[in-house]
Ligand binder design. Structure first.
Ligand SMILES: [Zn+2]
Length: 344
């Protein structure tokens, strides 16, 4: 089901936002547990090793007895882009990031450690130690929720680590392939070039071969995406709205149901209610771009002030009245929202 609801629609470019149920947290817990178990012997730092043993125990309890992890509960699912543009940091980027399966423990400076499994264009990570904010929009909870494929890695250490590892894996293979083996591979490639180039592997080799190689320089500008249209924007653009303000817009629902292919109320009444629950249950603030802001009848100056605070705090800010929308709406407003969801 995780594959049908998330992986396949992402790979076929059908969707960028995914509603998930409890199964996703379980899936991530299970791959992290397996990865941690097989990687344990490779860890040299005894403190990290000890923490991984503790994490494995929590994850096992979660999988077998449904006891939620208490300490090792930071799970992320990262969606890897299909295209890297015309320039990239080394000549194996496309092959590694779109095809390779790689599982290991990532150890960074400042005692930061992650269990990581990469498969095709997805990366699953679970925090073992450290408290640097590393990712945005990628966290998966043990509860049903929503995840976007527009995500950011805020810690340049993590990006650099992945880039260096992807190069090192290929360099190791090349260095450890004998001249005889290299000749056989070369000959096989030449004889079957047309066939290989028509496959996905061929497409990736071509991308890597034609890209310009430039040194990796982390982009430190603060970027984010509009929660209504998924357009990427950067500071100081945008507004911050609360969930209750989002729910009150009839125009927002119209746009949302159209984007989610739920226009036909006759066919999709229950689907709409599921989406409503996922959206209304969010306590986090909403980023709204300059175009989408016209969908809402709100105080723009106040929403801009909230945005300044949100940027200043690097997204770790919630304006007042963000939680539980029901506490901030009148009976009449709640009825108005229900009418929009179920009849328009
Ligand atoms: Zn927008």
């Amino acid at each position: 089901m995780v594959s049908e609801n998330i992986f396949q629609p992402y790979l076929s470019n059908q969707k960028t936002t995914f509603v998930y149920d409890r199964e996703l947290g379980k899936f991530i817990g299970s791959v992290l547990w397996r990865t941690a178990t097989v990687s344990l012997d490779e860890i040299e730092d005894p403190v990290i090793q000890h923490k991984i043993i503790a994490a494995c125990s929590e994850w096992k309890d979660y999988l077998l007895s449904n006891i939620r992890p208490k300490i090792f509960d930071e799970f992320h699912l990262l969606f890897v882009a299909d295209e890297w543009g015309d320039a990239q940091p080394h000549s194996f980027v496309s092959q590694y990031f779109t095809r390779v399966v790689d599982c290991h423990v990532i150890e960074l400076k400042d005692n930061e450690a992650w269990v990581c499994l990469k498969f095709a264009r997805f990366l699953v990570v679970g925090r073992i130690s450290g408290n640097v904010p590393t990712f945005r929009y990628s966290q998966v909870y043990c509860e049903p929720g929503m995840i976007s494929a527009i995500q950011y890695i805020d810690d340049p250490k993590f990006s650099k680590y992945l880039i260096d590892r992807s190069a090192a894996i290929y360099e190791y293979v090349i260095e450890n392939t004998s001249v005889g083996q290299s000749d056989i591979i070369q000959k096989h490639f030449e004889q079957n070039a047309e066939k290989i180039m028509a496959t996905d592997l061929g497409k990736r080799i071509k991308q890597d071969y034609s890209a310009e190689i430039v040194t990796f320089v982390p982009d430190l500008s603060f970027k984010y995406a509009c929660d209504c249209c998924a357009r990427q924007i950067a500071e100081p653009e945008g507004y911050i709205l609360r969930t209750s303000e989002i729910l009150l817009s009839a125009q927002y629902w119209k746009q949302y149901f159209r984007l989610a292919n739920l226009d036909d109320i006759g066919k999709h009444a229950s689907g709409r209610v599921d989406h409503f629950k996922a959206i209304a249950g969010q306590d986090s603030p909403w980023v709204v771009c300059e175009v989408c802001i016209d969908l809402f009848d709100i105080d723009k100056n106040l929403a801009k002030e909230f945005m300044s605070e949100w940027i200043m705090n690097k997204s770790k800010y919630s304006p007042p009245k963000s939680e539980n929308f029901r506490d901030h709406l009148t009976e009449a407003e709640l009825k108005f929202i229900a009418k929009n969801i179920t009849t328009s």
